[in-house]
Every structure is written in C-alpha cells, then in structure tokens.
Design a protein around this ligand. Structure first.
Ligand code: AMP
Ligand code: MG
Length: 412
C-alpha cells in the first residue's frame, strides 16, 4: 500500500500540467491571500518626492555644521502642499511630517532640537545630510519590480499596490471544487432524516475546508449508492478544476464510487493509502479535473482532505506547500496503535516552556463528529510504532496555532 508521503508526491506530480491555474484580473480587495500571476512594476517612484519624516525644519546641512547655527525661516510646508519653492541660501523652512522637502534642503531637524524666536530658528546640534528625509525613490524606484510574480498578496502587498495606483491585480484563479457526497443514507441538512437515515455533514465540513484552503466549493446534489445515480451526479461535475467525492470508496457491496469514477472517464492514479484514518482514499484525473475519492467517515474525510486535497488546491492556486507548520512535539499521553499504518491523531497542541506537547483527543473513532473539532494539531504517529509512551517524539502538523503555557515575556 502507498505511503502517505508518496501519495502526496504522486498527486502533486500528477497536477504539474494543470497547476497553477491561469491568472485573472480582480479588484485589489479580492486579491487578498492569492498568488500574483504578474510582476508589479512601479509606474512611479515611492516616495514620489523627497518627504520629511519629522515635524521640524528643513535646511541645507552645510548651513548648520556645528551646534548653535541660526537660520531665518523662509516659509512653511505642510503634508499635501504643492512642491515648495527652492530654499533661499542661508535660510531654512518650517516643515511637517509627510511634506515635500524643498530643493536646496538636504536635511530636516526635528522641532525638539530647534528653538524658534522671531522668525529665526536656532539649531541645538549640527545638521546631518539626509537626516529625517525619505528620498524620492528610496523605497521603490520607477520601473523597478515592486511585487514579484508568485508573491502572496498580504495586507502589505495590497497597500504597496495601492500606493502604486493599482486598483486591480492579476492573481491565480481560485480552484473551483465540486463536492459530491454519496450514500443511500444521506439526507440534505435542511430536510428531516427518516429512521435509518442521517444528515449529510461532509459536504458542509469539506466546503468549509475548501474555503479555508482558498478554493471555491460548490455542493452537488447528494448521490445514492447506485451506478446510475452516481453517473448522473458525475456528469454535473464536469468543468470543475477539482472533484471531491465522499463515501462509497471502500470495499463494501455498496461502494460504487471508484467504478463510477472510472466509468465517467477518470484515470485513477492510486487507491488506498497506508494511513489511519482515511485508508480507502482514491485519486485520479479526468481531463483537467483532479479527482479525489474520500472515505465517508467524517474524520477520515477531513483528515484526508487536510493531507492531500488541501496541498493540491494550494498548488493549483500557486500557493506554496500545505500552508501548515510542522514541528517536532512530544506526546502528552501514551498512545496504542496498529502497526503498518501511519496514524494521524487529532490532538490539542500546547506550547510548554520546553517545547510543543500534543495531547490526543480521547475520541479518535473516524465516525465521531465531536472529535473533528477542537484540535490544533494532527500528531503523526509513525507507521511501524505500536505503543508510544508519554513523551515520545512525534511530528505535529499544526492546523491552528498552539495554545501557549509559556509565561509572557518579562517586561523591562
Ligand atoms: P462509507 O465511506 O460510504 O463507507 O461511509 C462510512 C461512514 O461515513 C458511514 O457510517 C456513512 O454513513 C458515513 N458518511 C458517509 N458520507 C457521509 C456524509 N456525507 N456525511 C456524514 N456521514 C457520512
Ligand atoms: Mg457508504
């Protein structure tokens, strides 16, 4: 059976011809969190003109080489003022933070270092050329690359793009994901479940996981465990970047999803991964569509999504890696597992003084819904381990920041 790491390698290699998805031009706000599909070249310098960093006085440093220099104040410049006239020789000007520095001035002195009396400024210390001035183009020069292709658009990138006058950015398209929950027992969440039936929860959990991964989920109508129904449902998945099914992919008599995917034209790359939860995972391609058959148990579906679908969605969106932090951690309590399968244990993660500790949730049954929430980490228990003692060193995949029991830094 395929090892989890090899399964992920196969998936990413398989998507090399479709990832990343093409770029689309979107409003600045809609670009957040996405990867740039263009190089943003500065159409202007930043700052566009020399700017004062202080409220104070602009002068030529050569006019105040030693403490006590006295200069006439020729005029005032405020932030937003039009470009001021050139500074007359032997004079300074009043200037405020963000105001354009006049020609002839190469330094600004902060007002705390200047005494103003009767239109004359006395400088308490020698001026230093360049002090408290942000030179034109010192941040970005016109024509330079301000944001590299592939950069993730974070709030600062949006600010930089805005400063350069950009209202739109070319970013890689978000993957469009079709979610298909399968099973005779399933009922949509807004209907009453008759005896023997259950409400479909996977569609909603997986849609949330898609959104968290930066993708755009669409819920397809539920499909029964029946070749005809599955075939019809799959036809409605055409045109999506990714199809994620849940349920019906194991070895039961009613597990018809694999056959239905193949009948639909999916070329399966693998089925079954040596892991728990989530062993009967299937992956393949149908044309440009990446196809994931996830097991139906809620924990299996979410864990396999986290480990395999999420990195694939990110690769399509040109985002690097899983976007998760992986750290070594110690087990907070002993854990007994079956040999031969890597086990991904849902665990609280606590940052203690001497490192990260992962405390497995008590319920690990893959059908339980109460244990697919309220964990910060998946603790990775090695394939060949059987009984792990408390304190055993494991890998922890952090799906959210760990709780912290480390004392806050001592204030000075
Ligand atoms: P399966 O993978 O089809 O054998 O399903 C395994 C278990 O997961 C069964 O108990 C199903 O009822 C349950 N299950 C399958 N699909 C869903 C779903 N969409 N929502 C909630 N539970 C599900
Ligand atoms: Mg089923």
């Amino acid at each position: 059976m395929l090892e989890p790491a090899d399964a992920l390698t196969q998936i990413l290699a398989n998507l090399a011809d479709v990832a990343p998805l093409p770029g689309e031009r979107v409003a600045l706000e809609a670009a957040q969190g996405r990867a740039l599909a263009e190089e943003v070249v500065a159409p202007r310098s930043l700052p566009p003109f020399g700017v004062s960093q202080m409220d104070g006085f602009a002068l030529s440093a050569s006019d105040a080489r030693s403490p006590g220099a006295r200069l006439r104040v020729a005029f005032e410049v405020f932030a937003g003022s039009p470009p001021p006239p050139e500074l007359p020789p032997g004079a300074c000007c009043r200037i405020f933070t963000g105001a354009p520095v006049p020609d002839g001035a190469d330094a600004v002195e902060m007002q705390e270092e200047v005494a103003l009396r009767g239109g004359t400024a006395t400088f308490a210390r020698a001026a230093e050329p360049g002090r408290f001035i942000r030179r034109a183009g010192s941040d970005v020069r016109e024509g330079a690359v301000a944001l590299a292709r592939g950069a993730v658009v974070d709030p600062g990138a949006i600010g930089l793009a805005a400063a350069l006058g950009r209202t739109e950015l070319l970013v890689h398209r978000r993957p469009r994901v079709a979610l298909l929950a399968t099973g005779d027992e399933l009922v949509p969440v807004d209907r009453a479940a008759a005896p023997g039936r259950i409400l479909d929860s996977n569609s909603h959990a997986l849609a949330a996981a898609c959104r968290e991964a930066g993708a755009r989920p669409t819920l397809l109508p539920l499909a029964a465990d029946d070749a005809g129904a599955l075939g019809a449902a799959l036809r409605s998945a055409e045109g999506f970047d990714v199809l994620v099914t849940s349920g019906g992919v194991s070895v039961g008599e009613k597990d018809l999803v694999k056959a239905a995917l193949e009948a639909w034209g999916t070329r399966l790359a693998f089925w079954r991964v040596a892991m728990r939860p989530g062993k009967p995972l299937a992956f393949g391609r149908r044309g440009a569509t990446a196809v994931f058959g996830l097991p139906g148990n809620p924990a299996s579906a979410l864990v396999t999504f986290e480990l395999f679908v999420r990195p694939a969605l990110r690769a399509l969106a040109h985002l690097r890696g899983s976007g998760r932090t992986e750290l070594p951690a110690r087990l907070g309590s002993p854990f007994v597992k079956a040999p031969g399968l890597t086990q991904y244990v849902r665990a609280r993660a606590v940052l203690e003084e001497d490192g990260l500790v992962v405390e497995p949730l008590r319920a690990q049954a893959s059908g339980d819904l109460t244990s697919v929430t309220g964990f910060e980490a998946l603790a990775v228990l090695p394939r060949d381990a059987t009984a792990l003692p408390r304190g055993a060193l494991v890998r922890a995949i952090l799906v959210s920041p760990p709780l912290s029991r480390v004392a806050p830094p001592v204030s000075e």
